[in-house]
Design a protein around this ligand. Structure first.
Ligand SMILES: [Zn+2]
Length: 129
């Protein structure tokens, strides 16, 4: 297992963006679409306790809604009926969002791992009586 300080933030973020373990770069970081692995299969580093919360959806909304959506207004689709353009852009932006979201999630998990921010751990409720 490598020390956190040996891996630069940029390297960890890029490995996370590629869906790889930020520690070794070999094992998979995600076990399903949005769920990180408990431990890396290659190096054993633990990721199960890291919670990225709303960071990935937030980044996806910023990218799709504020970067790619304005580009859509630059494309001339006057030759196409309005319902066709709406359907086309809806499919494009849905696909773009679905493609960005898991990459953003794994990148934020990698960043949280590198910065040693374990993320939110729920507080157990205690009966006051
Ligand atoms: Zn690893």
């Amino acid at each position: 297992m490598s020390e956190h300080s040996e891996i630069e933030l940029k390297t960890a973020a890029l490995r996370g963006l590629m869906g790889r373990c930020p520690c070794c770069g070999k094992g998979k970081l995600m076990r399903s679409y949005l769920k990180p692995v408990e431990n890396c299969a290659a190096c054993g580093e633990s990721f199960g306790q890291i919670r990225a919360d709303d960071a990935a959806p937030w980044a996806t909304i910023i990218l799709v809604g504020h970067v790619f959506l304005p580009l859509a207004f630059m494309v001339d689709l006057d030759w196409m009926p309005t319902w066709g353009a709406v359907a086309l852009w809806s499919v494009c932006f849905a696909a773009l969002s679905l493609a960005i979201l898991p990459r953003a999630k794994s990148m934020f998990v990698a960043i949280l791992w590198q910065t040693r921010a374990p993320g939110y751990k729920p507080v157990e409720l205690v009966d006051p009586v």
